[in-house]
Design a protein around this ligand. Sequence first.
Ligand code: AMP
Ligand code: MG
Length: 337
Amino acid sequence: MDTVLLTDSEADLLRAAELIKNGSIVGIPTETVYGLGADAGNEAAVRAVFAAKGRPADNPLIVHLADFSQAAEFTSAIPETAKKLAERFCPGPLTMVLPKNDRIPMVTSGGLDTVGIRVPSHRVMHRIIELSGCPIAAPSANTSGYPSPTTAQHVMRDMNGRIAAVVDGGQSEFGVESTVISFDGEDAVRILRPGAVTREMLLEVCGTVTIDPAILHEVEAGAKVASPGMKYKHYSPKADIIMVEGSIEGFTELVGENRGDGVYALVFDGDGELFPYRHLTYGADSSQQAHLLFQRLRELDELGAEKVYVRAPSPEGMGLAVYNRLIRAAGFEVIRV
Ligand code: AMP
Ligand code: MG
C-alpha cells in the first residue's frame, strides 16, 4: 500500500474523513504534532494504529473530539474542574484524563478504565473529526520511541506504506504533544505530561496543580505510573543525546573536550557567535525551542550525528515541556556544567 499525500483542501479532507470512517489510518496535522488518526470506536482500526507505530499495547491513545460537549458521550463522569478548564483551554493543547464509558474500547485506552480527551484547535484536524463523525484516536504519528513528527514529510518518512494517507497541513505550531492532566480531587489537577498549557496557566483556573514526579525523574522498572507513556523510551533519535545544564561557557568547554567525528551540539539562538564547534540552533526562548526540538533531532540523524550535546532550557513555563522531552531523549543522562 502506497501512502497518499493529501492537501488541506475541503475535497481532500472529505477523502481523509471517508478513509477514517471506513477503518483506515490517516496522518493528520494538529497544533501540537502530527497524529495517526483512526476511528476510536473501531477496534481493528485502533489495533492497526498500534501496529503501524510499533507501540506497546498498554500505552493509551488520546481521543480527539470536535467539541468538549461531546465528552459526555464517551465518559461516565466529568468533574466541575474539567468543565471550567474546557471553557478556558478547549479547543487547544490540553488532554484531560476522565473515566471512560463502553463506547471507548479497551484497546483504545490501553486497558485502562479512563480515557484522555482532547479538543484540537487545528482547522484540519477539527474538520476531519466533523466530516467523519467519529471520535478520532490519534497518537503522535512517529515510529514508537522516535521524535514526534511536526511536518507531513516526517510522517511520510516513518509511515510510508503503513497507513492510507497523510494530510499536509504545514508545520505544527507548538511542536510538542499536548499537556496531559488527571483530576486529583475537587479543584486539584496533576500534570502527567507537560505541554503548551503550562502549570501557571492551569493555576489561573485551578486551586492546586501538581507536577507528577515522573515528568522529571526516571521511573523504576516495574513501578506503577499514572501515565503509561512515562515508562517508555521516547523522543529519541539514533544519535546519543546528552543533555547539558548550565552556562554557555561551561557548555563550550565540555563540547571542546569531547569534540570528534560525529559529535554535534544543539544550542540556543544567540549562543551561535560564542560557540565554535559544529552545531545547530533551536530557538531563543522555550516556545521556539518546543517548536523546533523534534525537527532538529530528526535533522541531526540525517546529518549522521552520533553524539549530540544539547543545551537544556530551565524547566519552567513552556520550558518544562522541552526539558521533559529532552531528558527522555537523553535516557535521563544530564551533565551539569
Ligand atoms: P501520544 O499518543 O504519543 O501523544 O501519547 C499519549 C500519552 O498520553 C500516553 O503515552 C499516556 O502517557 C498519556 N495518556 C493517554 N491516555 C491516558 C490515560 N487514560 N491515562 C493516563 N495517561 C494517558
Ligand atoms: Mg507519542
